[in-house]
Design a protein. Structure first.
Length: 297
């Protein structure tokens, strides 16, 4: 989402610790969000947690003496990144969970590096290597495993959710590639706060206008999960991500995030009793292989 701090080529224990915190924070958020979309409408849920999370990140940036000022020439890049990396991602992923189990949504979502490696060809002039072509094949094999895991009729029922997750992943990948072409030169926390805020304000406005939300339905567990989705996912995990990037080679950090869909699948199977059969395990293997090749190729 932002310019990455320059990391040395050395892998540090602290960097691995921060990467683990990030992976756990983002991975557990998949079953958390799946539960919450059963309590609150998806746009209201995603928009509200995003706006509050952006405000907390902005406060943290100020505490850490990171300026929130945005140069005039950076605004178009910031808005573009917010729309692609946040608005499209939050809306489409939130809606997709109405059709898909959280674990399967997490698997499809983390094909992002594959699409980014392909988009880098026309946008950045980075020709795809044989490894990246193989990564694309594995990514489609993973999708086929998900669609075939519960029979043909179930696959058709899942199709809207699958298309939404792919759209969100493609949008995030495009935003990532565009950030390389048009870098956002802001401090990391400030850039994250602005992008999440810009991306989530229209979501929450549309959600409040079109959806009916009964906040009195939330019990203690729901509020605890709202806290997790807002504070842990947006603040703790993002701060840990930037700390990991500052202490690890970028390639190591990128491959390290492959733990996120694994955690999402396993946590969803345990917490939500989602299926974890041969189809899901095959999809997990194909997806992780695709991401590993895409980030190495």
């Amino acid at each position: 989402m932002t310019d990455k701090p320059v990391a040395s080529g050395r892998i540090t224990p602290a960097g691995l610790m921060f990467l683990a915190i990030t992976s756990l924070g983002w991975g557990f958020n998949w079953p958390v969000t799946k539960h919450l979309v059963g309590v609150l409408p998806p746009l209201t849920l995603r928009g509200t947690t995003g706006v509050v999370g952006a405000a907390l990140l902005a406060l943290l940036a100020v505490v850490r003496s990171q300026s929130l000022a945005v140069p005039r020439e950076v605004w178009p890049r910031l808005i573009l990144a917010g729309m692609l990396n946040v608005t499209a991602w939050m809306v489409l992923m939130g809606l997709a969970l109405l059709w898909l189990p959280a674990g399967e949504a997490a698997l499809i979502a983390y094909t992002m590096p594959v699409w980014a490696s392909l988009l880098a060809w026309p946008i950045l002039g980075e020709r795809p290597t044989a490894l990246r072509v193989l990564a694309l094949v594995l990514a489609f094999a993973g999708l086929a495993s998900i669609m075939g895991s519960n029979g043909l009729h179930a696959s058709y029922d899942k199709l809207p959710g699958i298309l939404m997750v792919l759209g969100g992943a493609f949008g995030f990948a495009l935003g990532t590639v565009m950030a390389k072409k048009l870098p956002i030169k802001l401090p990391p926390l400030s850039a994250a706060a602005w992008q999440i805020g810009i991306g989530c304000v229209p979501i929450v406005l549309v959600g409040f206008a079109l959806e009916h939300s009964d906040w009195t339905r939330l019990d203690q567990l729901d509020w605890a999960l709202m806290f997790y989705s807002t504070v842990i996912q947006f603040c703790v995990a993002y701060v840990a991500w930037f700390a990991a990037l500052a202490r690890l080679p970028a390639s190591v950090a990128a491959i390290g995030t492959m733990a996120v869909p694994v955690i999402g699948v396993v946590a969803s199977a345990i917490a939500l009793r989602e299926p974890l059969g041969a189809g899901q395990i095959a999809a997990l293997a194909f997806t992780l292989g695709a991401v590993a090749l895409a980030t190495r190729g």
